[in-house]
Design a protein around this ligand. Sequence first.
Ligand SMILES: Nc1ncnc2c1ncn2[C@@H]1O[C@H](COP(=O)(O)OP(=O)(O)OP(=O)(O)O)[C@@H](O)[C@H]1O
Length: 355
Amino acid sequence: MSVPTSPRGPAAAGVRAADLRKTYPGRRGAPAVTALDGLSFAVPEGTVFGLLGPNGAGKSTTVKILTTLSRADSGTATVAGLDVAREPDAVRRAVGYVAQKPVTDPMDTGLENLVLAGRLQGLARRDARARADELLERFGLAGAANRLVKTYSGGMARKLDVALGIVHRPQVLFLDEPTTGLDPEARAEMWAEIERMAADERMSVLLTTHYLDEADRLAARVAIVDRGSVVVEGTPSELKDGLRGDTVVVELGSSTSGPSDDGPTGARARLAQVLADVGLVDVVVDGAQARGRAESGSAALPGLLAALDGAGVEVVSATVARPSLDDVYLRYTGRTYGSAGGSQAPAPTTEGVAA
Ligand SMILES: Nc1ncnc2c1ncn2[C@@H]1O[C@H](COP(=O)(O)OP(=O)(O)OP(=O)(O)O)[C@@H](O)[C@H]1O
């Protein structure tokens, strides 16, 4: 789980960030904000790397520095072997960036969008057309090449965004939330394409995502960022295997958050305590779900259900599973990762009991 520190190690051609620090000055008398506080990680060439973290953790600031849109106060970073502070123009040519917001023109066709992007990257008209055709084919958009982008489905439009980001054959691709809002089929297609780009073209991909299953499936390595630094880094398997025992998840009935003398927060705290009392660690109660880890989930379950019953808590279901990246995230940030919206659950709805 270590972060390579050699300035010219095998990771040099991918991405390497070492001890990045960045503070934004406070506006109108507000205190300064430390966005990055010694952040380090390395993306080996030709691999997908997942950068995960709660809102405000410093992911966007990191990507801005690596794509030369912002400068670090201190620390060093290389992208495709190039120093972002000393060789920004070369870095810009070496990277592709697919933002969350579409950059396509909805009133142009897919083909027109791609040809224009190629021309803007300095390709001759013929080469831009050839590259556009190649990318349309590859992303399964050839049949829709001459349709206005505004008629594309969400999945097709997102694929076109990614195609635009790689028109100039970048060595390193920054992908910000590539599948947010896509249906399962479109997500699966996008995943296959991302895997192919990394494997077949030795492209290094830095993925920021709010879907932990996406990071688990796609990323060779992930880093969890919190408060401006990497709190843990490794392969998804390493990180999950690093958590001992099983995860126990209890879905609670609607009566659970019912009347309570000290309100819902007090009810959640007491519920968390019930789980902790039967030996569960890293306990969190979040909405209608309570979870924690036990050395043996199946051994802990009868006692847990009896304790919940004794406390008058209605249980809808209880499951035991191997730890997931959600559990890793919770362990290292102390927060759960929200599902669709992606941010951590707001503090007041979550009640935890530390290990
Ligand atoms: N231009 C800015 N001026 C002042 N503070 C900023 C600026 N940009 C970011 N910040 C602050 O720096 C911290 C890190 O923000 P950053 O956007 O890098 O986090 P993030 O992990 O990308 O979050 P999100 O997932 O919400 O995009 C936050 O506290 C944020 O409010």
